[in-house]
Design a binder for this molecule. Structure first.
Ligand code: MCA
Ligand code: AMP
Length: 481
């Protein structure tokens, strides 16, 4: 089985990747990845220094071809998180661009340079077991460090093919995006998606509204983004007719990773005449549902299940919710070929995540009369979605407690018009006279974990509200949830 489009006589010269000035056709990508695959063949796992560059795509494709599971690393990961991921996944090497400066935490690992123009022997196309892991993607939970999600070749292929069917996604599509390449959204949907179809992806390197408009005007047919990106687009639309025209010319505008507020849906639809399509997924399940393009626009819903995905709602007592009334809530549970194979080294966590063969998403939803899913919340209040990133309150609390100026810490998410939710740190300083500054605490968390996990607001308290057992009562925080 191969996850990628097989080159035929008509496709080798078609563009595959465009990252600014770096451009590779399908044949050039196959060559560069084939050569790199030959160098890493036989390794147990490889880490990929997942910068937003063509090298990351080449490295991941090489690993897929060689049948070596790839562990994408956020190039801004802080020292503690990096040490955890490396210790947990035990890669044999790190694949990085020759110019990349790697942190000390990677010094002990053999380094393999990723070249865009591959010279040398290409990997022979060995058959890969569809059940073997293609990727190990780290994702946050409510407590503890992130868990490695094992994604098989089968799951990735199944999910991408279901999306292709739902969206009529073909080799003629040119996808535009600016998502990070160390999560499912940017890497699986945003890079492997176009490559599986034999189409093209143009990555902006970093998100900007102007960059989106430029690439859509210049032949882009689809845009993938998180709600924060669509919010920034919606904000810019008022004064930018070119942007509205560029969006209107796209075949498909897709949002995911968090809820797109109705207000942003409406502003984009009013200015462009286009409805943003929402799809719903998760690192562990890849994609579960999607609104079908051309259907009745109904902001707030994430559409019916994709082909092959079984989805049910389960109430507090564990009984299935049968009502399609748009009112009765239950936890979303899914099963299908899109599901992960388990958490790396975490059999208990894997077992806990399932109810029989149904995966418990932790998302709470209602179903509409047409079977469409409307997400209404999450079971765990200790998970924060900020800018489309999932962040566990516990890991930030632990990082804050390691700061010498912090006696106690609690972390919550608050609504934020741009990020969806912003991370708020509630801190009891050791010295009330000289509390550590907000920026210092943000830098501390960014350095240990990752910049997107840093608190955006710090509130200082004399004590945290606790119950008789000593458990922090987050709901009792002055503005907490
Ligand atoms: C700021 N920066 C710092 C600090 N403060 N760095 C270190 N220490 C600090 N104290 C740097 C940042 O690294 C960054 O640098 C720049 O300042 C701006 O950072 P930030 O404010 O965090 O960025 P932002 O403007 O808030 O980012 C918004 C964003 C981003 C672009 C929308 O949140 C984003 O890319 N989100 C995508 C999340 C995603 O892909 N989620 C998918 C997972 P520089 O600018 O140089 O980078 S969910 C998933 O995969 C499932 C399956 C699904 O359904 O999709
Ligand atoms: P992650 O664990 O980072 O892969 O994020 C998965 C979570 O993102 C899901 O469990 C949902 O809570 C959320 N999510 C993904 N897509 C959507 C969407 N379209 N609308 C609302 N929430 C979403």
């Amino acid at each position: 089985m191969t996850l990628l489009h097989e080159l035929d006589a008509t496709t080798p010269d078609r563009p595959a990747l465009r990252f600014g000035a770096e451009r590779l056709t399908h044949a050039q990508l196959a060559r560069a990845a084939g050569v790199l695959g030959g160098r890493i063949g036989g390794m147990g796992r490889v880490a990929v220094w997942a910068t937003p560059t063509a090298r990351t795509a080449v490295a991941v494709v090489a690993a897929l071809l060689a049948g070596v599971p790839a562990v994408p690393l956020n190039p801004r990961t802080g020292e503690r998180e990096l040490a955890h991921i490396l210790g947990d996944s035990a890669p044999d090497a790190v694949l990085a661009g020759p110019e990349d400066v790697l942190p000390a935490g990677l010094a002990a690992l053999p380094r393999v340079d990723v070249e865009l123009a591959g010279t040398g022997a290409a990997v022979p196309a060995a058959p890969v077991d569809p059940e073997s892991p293609a990727l190990i993607v780290y994702t946050s939970g409510t407590t503890g460090p992130p868990k490695g999600v094992l994604l098989s070749h089968r799951a990735v292929a199944a999910s991408l093919d279901a999306l292709a069917e739902a969206w009529s996604w073909t080799a003629d599509d040119v996808l535009v995006h600016a998502l990070p390449l160390f999560h499912v959204h940017g890497l699986v949907l945003g890079i492997l998606g176009p490559l599986r179809r034999g189409g093209e992806v143009r990555h902006l390197g970093a998100f900007s509204v102007a960059g989106v408009a430029r690439e859509l005007r210049d032949g882009g047919t689809m845009l993938f983004g998180v709600p924060t990106m669509y919010h920034r687009i919606a904000e810019a639309l008022d004064e930018d007719e070119d942007l509205a025209a560029a969006l209107a010319g796209a075949r498909l505008l897709v949002s995911g990773s968090a809820a797109l507020p109705v207000h942003d849906h409406e502003r984009i639809a009013a200015a462009t005449g286009r409805t943003v399509v929402e799809r719903y997924g998760m690192t562990e399940t890849l994609m579960n549902t999607s609104v079908r393009p051309g259907g009745e626009p109904r902001p707030g819903t994430v559409g019916p299940p994709l082909a092959g995905v079984d989805l049910r709602l389960v109430d507090e007592d564990g009984s299935a919710v049968e009502e399609l009334d748009g009112e009765t809530v239950g936890e979303v549970q899914v099963r299908g070929p899109n599901l992960f194979s388990g958490y790396l080294n975490r059999p208990e966590a894997t077992a806990e995540a399932f109810d029989g063969d149904w995966f418990r998403t932790g998302d709470v939803a209602v179903r509409e009369a047409d079977g469409g899913v409307r997400l209404v919340g999450r079971k765990a209040t200790d998970l924060i979605k900020s800018g489309g990133y999932k962040i566990g309150a516990g890991e930030i609390e632990n990082a804050l407690l390691d700061h010498p100026g912090v006696r106690e810490a609690a972390v919550t998410g608050e609504p934020d018009p741009d990020l969806g939710e912003r991370i708020v740190a509630w801190v009891v300083p050791r010295d009330g006279e000289k509390p550590p500054a907000e920026a210092e605490l943000a830098d501390h968390v960014a350095g240990l974990l990752a910049p997107h996990k840093r608190p955006r607001v710090v509130r200082y308290l004399h004590a945290l509200p606790r119950n008789d057992m000593g458990k922090v009562l987050k709901k009792a925080l002055p503005d907490g949830r």
